[in-house]
Design a protein around this ligand. Structure first.
Ligand code: F0G
Length: 470
């Protein structure tokens, strides 16, 4: 009998070409969805603040991508061979070599996490009253700048404050804003310029190499140091390779190195790109700065050869940094985020565009237009997503922005809820469940009221503030 070839439903040139994650799952962690009345009780007990929910009450945890990555078998192997000597652990030297090779800086100073590095850098470089211009603030970064007596000044492009602007590099610095600031205050009043690679508070938006080069040229001309927050620089490098003309064939590793070469040093929270659960570092080129940082690290973090990390943590981080540079990995990571963004937009949910590298941000101002910003629409929306489907997200709006020195609330243009995707943790189905839950909440958004704040801590209030429904 002659074999009959089954006709394809598509012309073969129309067949899609999907990507898949370059890993498979070896160990699983059980999660469960609490019943609705238990979720109602849990969010009330948590003061309507998702940071105060016990994680055992959460089904899909999109609070943050910080320290929530799944490590690889190679990283777990490195944990087992960690050298826990107080001084001079072999894992310190391995991590130092890795950071020097990958990021290209001369000196490496380990810290317990990113804010530890921000603390050291701010104490060393900022004199009271000096300005620190940056491409939008980040909560802990700005806190440490102010704690050292500095004043943060936002010099990001205007488009970054517009969630509907589709500009490809919304993390770019507005060079006119920067020049005006420096001209009106004088270069000696600028401590350094603080540049974040993929800007978290703008929605995970990247900066282009072209823009960073121009900022570098300006800084060199005016003798102003340029410091990077390289926490999500690998994700930034992926966007450069994907969409900046001339970089499509360059390896992620080479782009990361190029970005770092335009700066004098960096702070890193290793809990993100680094694919580990804890850790961070400061890296600088200047010998004197490194000496000052090493003098401080022993007071605040730990000896200069562990900085608050266990030897095994440093070993796992050295492996994680190298894994983060693999193209198939970083593509799967960033495109998984884009998958969620596209699903939400298909349901008509207003999100920040372009999609960020680590998260999709819901635009609470457009979802809850009837709520005044001082009744905390994004905080309310985040709580509602938990009520709807046990999904934990985070407010990134007026609560996160905190108060001005005169005591009034900053009223940021962006009032967002962040759906942050942990690395190598959730599947496409988890994101399908998430997008459907968001769509259901949006469909009844007009029935949601605002909140009032009933407890406000002194610093970084979003972590611990408590609320009640109005
Ligand atoms: N810089 C950036 C850009 C960050 O996103 C974070 C942390 C830090 C510095 C501070 O690092 O947490 O290790 O002390 N971001 C977390 C988040 C908290 O959820 O976005 P850390």
């Amino acid at each position: 009998m002659k074999h009959q070839r089954h006709p394809l439903a598509y012309d073969s040139s129309e067949l899609p070409t999907s990507w898949a994650e370059p890993w498979k799952i070896k160990m699983v962690e059980h999660i469960r969805l609490l019943p609705h009345d238990a979720r109602q009780q849990a969010i009330a007990t948590a003061g309507w603040n998702t940071f105060l929910l016990p994680s055992s009450d959460v089904y899909i945890d999109l609070l943050t991508d910080s320290g929530t990555s799944a490590m690889s078998d190679r990283q777990w192997a490195a944990l087992m061979t960690g050298d826990e000597a107080y001084a001079g652990s072999k894992d310190f030297y391995e991590l130092e070599r890795t950071v020097q090779e990958v990021y290209g800086y001369k000196h490496f100073i380990p810290t317990h996490q990113g804010r530890g590095a921000e603390h050291l850098l701010s104490q060393i470089l900022i004199k009271p009253g000096q300005l620190v211009p940056g491409n939008m603030y980040f909560t802990t970064t700005k806190f440490h700048q102010e704690y050292a007596g500095g004043v943060f000044a936002d010099v990001i492009v205007d488009a970054a404050h517009d969630p509907t602007s589709t500009l490809p590099f919304k993390g770019n610095v507005d060079l006119d804003k920067l020049a005006n600031l420096v001209t009106s205050h004088g270069a000696e009043r600028i401590a350094y310029i603080s540049i974040e690679g993929t800007v978290n508070m703008a929605g995970g938006q990247p900066i282009s190499i072209e823009n960073l080069r121009a900022v570098r040229a300006y800084c060199t001309q005016h003798r102003i140091p340029l410091m990077l927050d390289a926490t999500r620089l690998v994700e930034n490098a992926y966007f450069i390779r994907k969409q900046e003309p001339g970089w499509g064939d360059t390896s992620i590793a080479a782009i990361v190195k190029e970005l770092c070469s335009l700066s004098d040093g960096c702070t890193v929270s290793a809990k993100k790109d680094g694919l580990v659960n804890i850790g961070g570092f400061l890296a600088v080129n200047d010998d004197l700065l490194a000496e000052k940082a090493r003098a401080l690290v022993v007071a605040f973090e730990g000896l200069h050869t562990y900085g608050g990390m266990a030897g095994r943590d440093m070993g796992a981080l050295a492996v994680g940094i190298r894994e983060s540079l693999e193209y198939d990995y970083i593509r799967a990571r960033v495109e998984q985020v884009a998958y969620l963004g596209a699903r939400l937009e298909r349901f008509g949910v207003p999100v920040v565009v372009p999609y960020g590298g680590h998260a999709i941000y819901l635009d609470a101002k457009r979802i809850l237009p009837h709520l005044d910003q001082e009744t905390f629409p994004a905080q309310r929306l985040a709580a509602e997503l938990y009520l709807e489907a046990g999904i934990r997200t985070m407010e990134r709006g007026i609560v996160s922005a905190g108060r001005a020195p005169d005591g009034s609330n900053y009223r940021p243009a962006l009032e967002l809820v962040r759906l942050t995707i942990p690395r190598r943790v959730y599947t496409q189905s988890h994101l399908d469940v998430t997008s459907e839950a968001v769509a259901r909440v949006c469909a009844r958004a007009d029935t949601l009221g605002g909140l009032r704040m009933v407890y406000e801590p002194e610093h970084l209030r979003f972590f611990q503030a408590r609320f009640e429904p109005l």
